[in-house]
Write a protein that binds this ligand. Structure first.
Ligand SMILES: [Zn+2]
Length: 115
């Protein structure tokens, strides 16, 4: 094959540069039975090499929360050690599922740990 090589594409895998955005790591859902608004935060959990989103209930409201309430809940979630931790090496806030002991997976990889 002599077409242009699509560089970069294949380099991206699940473990590369996870972006810790509110959109990816939290969601608002309406309870099936009680119809409350449930704010959930994702903790990544691994089934072999497959990442799985493990959603944890963090806040609930009787009525639809405002954007301000959601932003506040998210900023609190970021400070919860059961969800996110700061890497000892680079200081990046990292989902606990992407931590390797006290450092993030990227720093662990730089230190020679193979996943
Ligand atoms: Zn790090």
């Amino acid at each position: 094959m002599n077409g242009p090589v699509e560089s970069g594409e294949e380099m991206l895998s699940d473990a590369d540069e996870p972006s810790y955005t509110q959109h990816d790591y939290s969601r608002l859902r309406i309870g099936e039975f009680d119809e409350r608004y449930i704010f959930e935060v994702c903790v990544v959990d691994w089934h072999g090499h497959e990442p799985h989103a493990n959603w944890k209930r963090f806040r609930t409201w009787q009525r639809q929360p405002s954007q301000k309430q959601l932003d506040l809940a998210w900023s609190k979630a970021l400070r919860e050690k059961r969800f996110f931790r700061a890497c000892d090496e680079c200081g990046d806030l990292t989902n606990v599922g992407h931590m390797h002991g006290l450092v993030c997976q990227r720093c662990a990889e730089h230190a020679g740990v193979v996943f």
